[in-house]
Write a protein that binds this ligand. Structure first.
Ligand code: ZN
Length: 267
């Protein structure tokens, strides 16, 4: 499966030195913290082609569930209780409509393309050929379309200043090319637009409690492990300011949700 033995540099700061975290690095994977900026990432991700196979994500998810011998991924009961109490699983459609002014919205890693609904006009990028075909058909019926490819490449194919909103929902943790896709988003976004990002929260209490069994670890699907600070840092490098959405629940939330706005032109 792994046909790439070269280690990548830090996707956040391009630093070449990083220290492996042994307890989070089952063979043959190497999860490491950047010596320069502290960003935690998978140093040896497979090439994109490995993920183009249909439903690659679902396959590894269920393989992991079966291997654990349980029906669900482990997380602490207290965290679960608090999360449910805070209503952290709500559909984001109402917020997308408000933030993005019912406009043109790009969903990067859109799956089968159901997340952005009318009156918003949906656009998408999807790596899986089978899912892309379904998404493109749905989006064309609703006035948009879907590109087939990797997010960091395909996002540059849209004209500049195209979108009122861009959504990266459980996507950026899979994307080896963090800065190219964020800079591409900056370019594709209208001046007043926003980028919604939801990624696993490496800074969560739950990760520290359950350790290597934390639900955010997926090998090799998840190649970036963000904290709020490292997410802010990469967003700032791409020319964005970061607003935290799940402000109250963040410490006990296994995910981080943020809304980025353009500051000025990215460097
Ligand atoms: Zn770094």
């Amino acid at each position: 499966m792994l046909d790439q033995t070269t280690y990548r540099d830090c996707p956040a700061c391009a630093g070449t030195a990083a220290t492996v975290v042994p307890e989070y690095s089952p063979e043959p994977w190497a999860v490491a913290g950047c010596d320069g900026c502290g960003f935690v990432f998978l140093r040896n991700p497979p090439a994109h082609q490995a993920f183009e196979e249909d439903f690659a994500w679902e396959k590894t998810y269920f393989a992991k569930r079966d291997a654990s011998g349980k029906g669900s991924t482990p997380f602490s009961p207290i965290a679960r209780k608090v999360r449910n109490g805070l209503g952290m699983y709500r559909d984001k459609t109402r917020k997308f409509r408000a933030w993005f002014d019912d406009g043109h919205v790009l969903d990067v890693g859109c799956g089968w393309g159901q997340r952005i609904t009318p009156p918003m006009t949906p656009y998408g990028i999807e790596l899986s050929a089978a899912l892309h075909e379904i998404a493109d058909e749905t989006m064309r019926e609703r006035g948009g379309y879907c590109l087939h490819g990797a997010g960091a490449d395909a996002i540059w194919e849209f004209p500049a200043n195209s979108f009122d909103g861009i959504v990266m929902f459980s996507y950026l943790e899979h994307e080896a090319e963090v800065m190219p896709v964020l800079k591409g988003a900056h370019r594709a976004l209208k001046p007043g637009g926003g980028v919604f990002i939801r990624v696993p929260n490496y800074g969560s209490i739950n990760r520290r409690v359950v350790g290597p069994k934390w639900c955010g670890f997926r090998y090799p699907d998840h190649v970036n492990y963000f904290t709020l600070q490292s997410l802010r840092d990469v967003a700032a490098r791409a020319g964005f300011t970061t607003q935290l959405i799940n402000r109250i629940s963040l410490p006990v939330d296994d995910n981080i949700s943020v809304l980025l706005r353009k500051t000025q032109s990215s460097s």
